[in-house]
Design a protein around this ligand. Structure first.
Ligand code: HAM
Length: 424
């Protein structure tokens, strides 16, 4: 028989790993609510047009990576490749645009058909925030400082924040033409992808990793030197505000990001210990997106962390204790048919009193069950055989000290509760 395996780039998250995932998610919930972000759960599927209109028809994500299908009504549906577009759709659909500054956060899976490698999956997970309703540079600084605070909260150190401004829509347009002029007599030497980008998305050539393209772009005009007055001022204010918060960052005039909706501030956080896929978070302003999707002009900014990469970074920095599973309190071993019936009832009672208990339904030897309890590091083992049953008692073994004592059934809950409190 053929065994069906998971798809390439689509991973199971196994019970021994889940503690870490819960930890980073729970820390995010705690911190983001301190900054007044409220959780929103957006759908996993949307009309494909939502993403082509917002991320951009000519971006890698929409053109090559989106999972789309026709539903029974012949509508084109996409698995969400990111969440910003959906959040803006929901913001407009539920009239949040009437409520001043709206701060939303989300977490969950995203889907992109990229070539899988370490830190790059086809189903990956993001935790992100979106703040809609302000053009103020302080909001940019606050959002970036929130991303930084989150990494501090997780105990990560080996990262840096990279900042740039891509200007407003007309700055981007003007700069694209400037770049095209600069590249006119050099385009034949660009990599194949960049030759295509020349026609459709020339800005993306700026952050191509191909060495020849990089060399060519070394002398290219810089977007930050071609901003309009307002965008230049905004960028200066963002930098000043970040400095006033004592936040370290680096500017990089070649950071442009692969999604078309960005205007003005863009940023990325990279982790030094990850390989090629070292961006653990990215974001920026998207002041035109609400209007592009049918709303009023609305200033907005956000970011998303890739959880898969965040956890790789935690491993690299040996933050191994994060989110370790709480050990189960008690392991019950019963020997013989009658004892196993009583053990079944005791297990039920202990769980009813909030004491986590493991019961092995299969009758195995005392030795093999003790070995299992030891290996899985249970704190207490209860042993019930005919002798104990005759005395209406159960043998309690403390696995740390190896001390054993006989406990009456009616005293068991209290004794265990006291011992567990002492050990906590
Ligand atoms: P993005 O740069 O496409 O931005 O993704 C954000 C983060 O998601 C990346 O920095 C990375 O950590 C993670 N990520 C992206 N693709 C993958 C993948 N294939 N495998 C693993 N992790 C991945 C956005 O998605 C924007 N929506 C962010 C944003 C929010 N901008 C404004 N608000």
């Amino acid at each position: 028989m053929i065994k069906i395996k998971s798809l390439k780039g689509v991973n199971d998250i196994l019970p021994f790993e889940i503690g870490k995932w819960n930890h980073v998610e729970q820390q995010a919930r705690q911190l983001f609510s301190l900054y007044e972000y409220k959780e929103i759960r957006i759908p996993i599927i949307e009309e494909s047009a939502l993403f082509s209109k917002s991320i951009g028809q000519e971006t890698d994500i929409v053109e090559k990576e989106m999972y789309t299908f026709l539903d029974k009504g012949k509508r084109s549906i996409a698995l969400r490749p990111e969440a910003t577009a959906s959040v803006v759709r929901a913001y407009l659909e539920h009239n949040f645009d009437q409520q001043g500054l709206v701060k939303l956060f989300y977490l969950g899976p995203m889907f992109r058909g990229e070539k899988p490698q370490s830190g790059r999956n086809r189903q990956f997970y993001q935790i992100g925030v979106e703040a809609l309703g302000s053009y103020h540079a302080y909001l940019d600084a606050e959002v970036i400082s929130l991303a930084n605070a989150y990494l501090n909260m997780l105990g990560l150190k080996n990262f840096k924040i990279i900042l740039n401004s891509v200007g407003c829509f007309s700055d981007k347009l003007k700069f694209s033409n400037l770049l095209k002029e600069y590249l006119q007599d050099k385009s034949a030497s660009l990599c194949l992808s960049c030759q295509q980008r020349m026609q459709r998305n020339v800005l993306r050539i700026l952050d191509c990793k191909d060495p020849t393209c990089r060399k060519i772009m070394q002398n290219a005009p810089q977007i930050t030197k071609n901003l309009c007055n307002e965008c230049e001022q905004h960028f200066a204010q963002v930098k000043e505000a970040l400095t006033s918060l004592k936040l370290a960052y680096e500017t990089n005039p070649y950071l442009v990001r692969g999604l078309d909706y960005y205007t003005k501030t863009v940023f990325e956080i990279i982790h030094f210990d990850l390989g090629a896929q070292n961006a653990i978070s990215a974001g920026g302003r998207y002041d035109n997106l609400v209007e592009d999707l049918g709303g009023q002009p609305t200033g907005a900014i956000g970011f998303a962390f890739g959880i898969d990469r965040l956890l790789l970074a935690c491993d690299k920095e040996k933050l191994t204790s994060i989110g370790q599973d709480k050990k189960t309190d008690v392991f019950i071993i019963s020997l013989g048919q009658t004892a196993s019936q009583k053990a079944f009832e005791i297990t039920h009672d202990l769980r009813g009193k909030q004491i986590s208990t493991y019961l092995n339904f299969e009758q195995k030897s005392l030795k093999s069950q003790m070995r299992q309890a030891d290996k899985l590091q249970y704190r207490f083992v209860l042993i019930l055989g005919d002798d104990e049953l005759a005395k209406c008692s159960i043998l309690l073994k403390d696995m740390a000290t190896s001390n054993q004592e006989l406990i009456k059934f009616e005293e068991l809950v209290n004794v265990l509760k006291k011992r567990l409190i002492n050990k906590a």
